[in-house]
Ligand binder design. Structure first.
Ligand SMILES: O=C(O)c1ccccc1N[C@@H]1O[C@H](COP(=O)(O)O)[C@@H](O)[C@H]1O
Length: 210
């Protein structure tokens, strides 16, 4: 049984659906270019609705210190997700600045991308293994694209990790079987359209991953 993170939640009813279905993490996106972005004011309203026992993850893409300071001061978060091109030194700096555990996303397209997981495992608290975005993508993640899961067979890292990228209720069980992922993260795969979550898809995904 793998833990589940539902990312990109923007409505109270979707937070409730995810928590009731057994999500262990929920993600709030602080990246303005995303169709799932929330303002700091919206996050101030949403974060307290997350039940105890469900971790609140704030997703950032190459954030500056001012944004991190503002969000951490106003929004109760449990984990920072860095999903941009942050260096290992920047990951360490964000940990120090926020005082929160940091999960670093690493994009994979082929075996040459694997060493980055070892490098980030030295500084991040958790790793998020995602598909590398296409060169012309508007978003560095959340594109509903998967990668060749066989790249991960037999791999071990220094830190706990999550699998992401194009997961759906239809493919998540096979992804877990193949990779042994202890946790999985989904955004597009539980949406009716970009940025609009669907309660039925959230429940079906969590049931399929559990
Ligand atoms: O969800 C977003 O909009 C997003 C924006 C910028 C960076 C990452 C984003 N989401 C993360 O991307 C992966 C994969 O998502 P998907 O299931 O393929 O849509 C996941 O870790 C999300 O947290």
């Amino acid at each position: 049984m793998s833990q589940v993170k539902i990312c990109g939640l923007r409505r109270p009813e979707h937070i409730s659906a995810a928590a009731e279905a057994g999500a262990r993490y929920v993600g709030l996106v602080f990246f303005p270019n995303s169709p799932r972005a929330v303002s700091v004011d919206e996050a101030v309203m949403l974060a307290p609705l997350v039940p105890v026992g469900v971790a609140r993850v704030g997703l950032f893409v190459d954030p500056d210190d001012a944004l991190l300071d503002e969000v951490v001061a106003r929004v109760p978060l449990d984990v920072i997700q860095l999903h941009g091109s942050e260096s290992p030194d920047r990951v360490a700096a964000v940990k120090a600045l926020t005082g929160l555990p940091v999960m670093k996303a690493v994009g994979l397209s082929d075996a040459s991308d694997l060493p980055a997981l070892t490098d980030y495992g030295l500084v991040a608290d958790m790793l998020l293994v995602d598909a590398k975005p296409p060169r012309d993508a508007d978003l560095p993640g959340g594109n509903g694209l998967s990668f060749d899961w066989r790249l991960l067979v037999g791999r071990k890292w220094l830190r706990p990790w999550m699998l992401a990228g194009g997961l759906t209720a239809q493919n998540v069980a096979e992804a877990i079987r193949l990779t042994g992922a202890p946790a999985v993260d989904v955004s597009s795969g539980v949406e009716a359209e970009p940025g609009l979550k669907d309660e039925g898809l959230i429940r079906a995904f969590i049931a399929a991953a559990s």
